[in-house]
Design a protein around this ligand. Structure first.
Ligand SMILES: Cc1cc2nc3c(=O)[nH]c(=O)nc-3n(C[C@H](O)[C@H](O)[C@H](O)COP(=O)(O)O)c2cc1C
Length: 355
């Protein structure tokens, strides 16, 4: 037998009638399928324990996961091969903790609220792939490393060192916040997986067949930066100096866990990763804030999508450690042209710091 314990969030406000109807269906189905357990509801949180024959638990949990009355289903524990039920007397005992006046339920309410908070925090700090594994009840440190075809993205805020050295804490954190918020939203929207934040930059990736998503995300947030600059006016608003560069490269990477029992990271390694980082560096000289390589272009051609802006050849570039130069490309969009040269940007950042 198997037992699953999870928490989730209501996806919308649910009335007592809604909760009653979940309970009714659960009891009816679970009786039929030989399942037992308990369901706690508190504020907007569900906490459920479901146990029984392995196949029946999996089938029922698959239905529950798809239910749009809740979201962010996070598995806390999966117990395999259990030989005894803990809740054999309950087909699905449903307790609405908000309604309960039993003082014994108070610590359970606190426990659920803090569990949900811990999970929300974990969600924001944990690499997506690791979180997926935890949410399934798996062990992230046991994910085997493998070679994968990926489109890797590096994004960097231009002249961040000057920003951090010469601006007030408020201005520096404000520009960082807008930079991350804008770029991360676009990366998520176009299916990217965020690998890490580097202090003034982002590393993200896509499966090779979704390379176009990386181009679209880049075009989106670089255009958003341009909008933020345009709207900031000529004033001392720091957002008028928000410029960033993006490098994309596609190829085989080694993906998996690195580290030791002291500290682990789930990451990508290999030449493609280095090339993406170098191409991000090229954006400082190329006059375009997005640069990608030929394998990325090939990946996009193999998996074409509609409404992708025209692609434009920028020239050739020889990455460090390579004997041959490689062709580099950008998207033919005005918003991706670097309108201010780097010396001026540096001067303006310092001037704003001294103002
Ligand atoms: C938090 C939550 C817990 C649920 N628990 C169960 C359950 O224990 N058993 C069950 O059959 N359905 C449960 N459901 C309902 C299922 O998602 C699904 O709507 C139902 O199984 C469909 O049953 P039907 O095909 O008989 O209509 C739950 C739904 C939610 C939102």
């Amino acid at each position: 037998m198997k037992r699953i314990t999870y928490i989730s969030n209501f996806s919308r406000p649910l009335s007592l009638d809604d909760l009653d109807s979940i309970s009714e269906v659960s009891v009816r189905n679970n009786k039929r399928d030989g399942l037992t357990g308990a369901l706690f509801c508190f504020r907007n949180i569900f906490y459920q324990i479901l146990e029984g024959d392995e196949e029946a638990v999996d089938r029922c949990f698959a239905r529950i996961e798809k239910d749009d009355r809740h979201s962010k289903v996070f598995v806390l524990q999966v117990e395999q091969d259990i030989d005894r039920r803990k809740y054999s007397e309950w087909e699905m005992r449903t307790v609405i903790l908000d309604e309960s006046t039993d003082p014994l339920m108070r610590p359970i309410r606190n426990l659920l609220a803090s569990l949900a908070n811990t999970h929300r925090t974990l969600e924001r700090y944990t690499p997506q792939r690791v979180l997926e594994e935890i949410e399934k009840g798996g062990l992230p440190d046991e994910i085997a490393s493998s070679f994968q075809d990926r489109t890797v993205m590096f994004v960097d805020l231009f002249r961040s060192t000057s920003i951090f050295e010469s601006w007030s804490v408020e201005n520096a954190t404000m520009i960082l916040h807008r930079f991350y918020d804008t770029a991360l939203k676009a990366i998520k929207e176009y299916g990217g997986i965020i690998s890490k934040l580097t202090g003034d930059g982002i590393m993200a990736y896509w499966p090779r067949k979704e390379a176009a998503g990386a181009l679209k995300a880049s075009a989106r947030f670089l255009a958003d930066f341009e909008q933020l600059r345009a709207r900031s006016g000529e004033s001392d608003n720091p957002l008028r100096l928000l410029y960033a560069g993006v490098g994309l490269s596609t190829g085989r990477v080694l993906e998996g866990n690195i580290g030791s029992s002291i500290y682990m990271d789930y990451t990508l390694l290999g030449d493609t990763v280095n090339t993406a980082a170098r191409l991000e560096g090229v954006t400082r000289k190329a006059g375009w804030t997005l640069i990608f390589d030929n394998p990325t272009l090939e990946a996009v051609k193999e998996n074409p999508v509609s409404d992708l802006p025209a692609i434009r050849k920028v020239g050739k570039f020889r990455p460090a450690g390579k004997s041959e130069p490689i062709e580099i490309y950008t998207l033919d969009l005005n918003q991706l042209k670097m309108t201010m040269n780097h010396e001026n940007l540096q001067r303006e950042i310092q001037a704003l710091g001294n103002a």
